[in-house]
Design a protein around this ligand. Structure first.
Ligand SMILES: [Zn+2]
Length: 397
């Protein structure tokens, strides 16, 4: 079973490449998935030299001028030497090196170019971290970014953030239900509207309906109850809104096709739906991730015609739930496609080595081809030490 550990470049710099890779080797994983392009964050890093690590939006390699010549969007500069010698250091240890790219989440680019960010039904550009996947400049940027990372010689490009995102206000003293928040996050920029209209969707009606419903809640109407499902959305917001949301899958599928065509190595598509559901507490909402992916514009069955590998973020405490998510995903993409399951080895999903082991074994039995762990710098040594136990085929549950 293939495996890898996610590693962020700040952690490599802080602790040193050799020390980190030696530890990774000791965990028994087959490779590392290194963040070549990442988003800004402020992370507690339990075993790093600094216990609070600031990460910035950036590409952690020299941006190839030829690939970005004439493009409006160029990634902010990160640690340009992060990949120097990294491939050789991995090869020396027999480790694979995967290049992880966070594509459309970039607040620095969004602040510089607000017109390429998501525009909600009220006409607000309040989500500057989120580049709209329908915008032609964003699509060109994504292709150039993928090509740049493939050029680093990595075994695969791990494509994260290549979809629409669920967006929430940081502060709201008006109670918004999950469906209200979903409607408020739908992008109605000219490019999204044009794409939906091209598919025969009444985008104007969808926008007006979103604004009417959310506007009502902001005015004091009761918020929507329950999770966002197709049936619930249809009942709450009507068929035009559902059709509009569904149309976003074409935007994403065609974007992934462009990105896939740009790289010669393997492209791993990261579907974050399971993380959206269970990120906070490892208790995902009932519907399986494969069935709800469309809410972010992700159509696993359509993508399976384009990419051969999927990383499914299974952020759940329950091993049976992880296995169920893997099974559902394989039913969507077909058994001939690789499904990698991404697990958090510690809080809030795991409290013991046995629980992590049960998830790995369950995922394998459900048909998963690989397991990845998230992430080196964010978990304590004690938690990371659960990984070799979980990967050992003879370990007991
Ligand atoms: Zn848009």
């Amino acid at each position: 079973m293939d495996s890898s550990l996610f590693v962020l470049v700040e952690d490599l710099r802080g602790e040193g490449v050799d020390k980190v890779l030696d530890r990774v080797l000791g965990y028994g994983v087959a490779g590392v998935t290194v963040g070549a392009v990442h988003h800004g964050s402020r992370d507690v890093t339990p075993h790093g030299p600094s216990k609070l690590t600031l990460r910035h939006d950036g590409a952690h390699f020299p941006v190839p001028e030829d690939l970005f010549a004439g493009l409006r969007l160029v990634p902010p500069t990160g640690y340009t030497d992060a990949f120097d010698g990294l491939l050789a250091a991995c090869r020396t240890r027999g480790l694979k090196l995967h290049g992880r790219v966070v594509f459309l989440r970039n607040g620095t680019l969004g602040a510089r170019h607000p017109d390429v960010t998501v525009l909600n039904c009220f006409g607000d550009r309040g989500y500057l971290t989120d580049l709209c996947p329908a915008h032609p400049d964003v699509r060109q940027y994504a292709v150039a970014l993928a090509r740049s990372v493939a050029r680093l010689g990595v075994d695969s490009v791990v494509a994260e953030g290549l979809h629409y995102r669920p967006l929430k206000a940081e502060r709201s003293f008006v109670p918004l239900g999950p469906m209200d928040a979903y409607l408020m996050a739908l992008c109605f920029c000219d490019h999204c509207v044009a794409r939906a209209s091209g598919l025969g969707v009444d985008a104007r009606a969808a926008r007006e309906e979103c604004a009417r419903i959310v506007g009502g809640v902001l005015d004091g109407d009761p918020p929507a109850e329950g999770e966002v499902t197709r049936a619930a959305l249809n009942a709450y917001a009507g068929p035009d809104v559902v059709a509009y949301a569904r149309a976003r899958t074409e935007t994403i599928t065609s974007l992934v096709a462009d990105v896939k065509d740009a790289v010669a190595c393997e492209l791993v598509f990261v579907d974050p739906t399971g993380a959206v559901k269970g990120y906070r507490d490892g208790l995902p909402s009932p519907a399986l991730a494969a069935h709800d992916a469309w809410l972010l514009g992700v159509d696993p069955a359509a993508l399976a015609d384009l990419v051969s590998s999927f990383a499914v973020l299974a952020y759940a405490r329950d091993a049976a739930r992880v296995a169920d998510d893997v099974r559902a995903y394989l039913r969507s993409v077909g058994k001939h496609r690789e499904v990698r399951v991404v697990l958090r080895p510690g809080y809030p999903d795991n409290d013991s080595a046995d629980r992590l082991t049960a998830k790995v074994r369950g995922a394998r039995a459900a048909g998963a081809h690989a397991v990845d762990f998230y992430a080196y710098g964010l978990a304590s040594h004690r938690v990371l030490d659960r990984i070799p136990h979980a990967l050992c085929p003879t370990s007991r549950e």
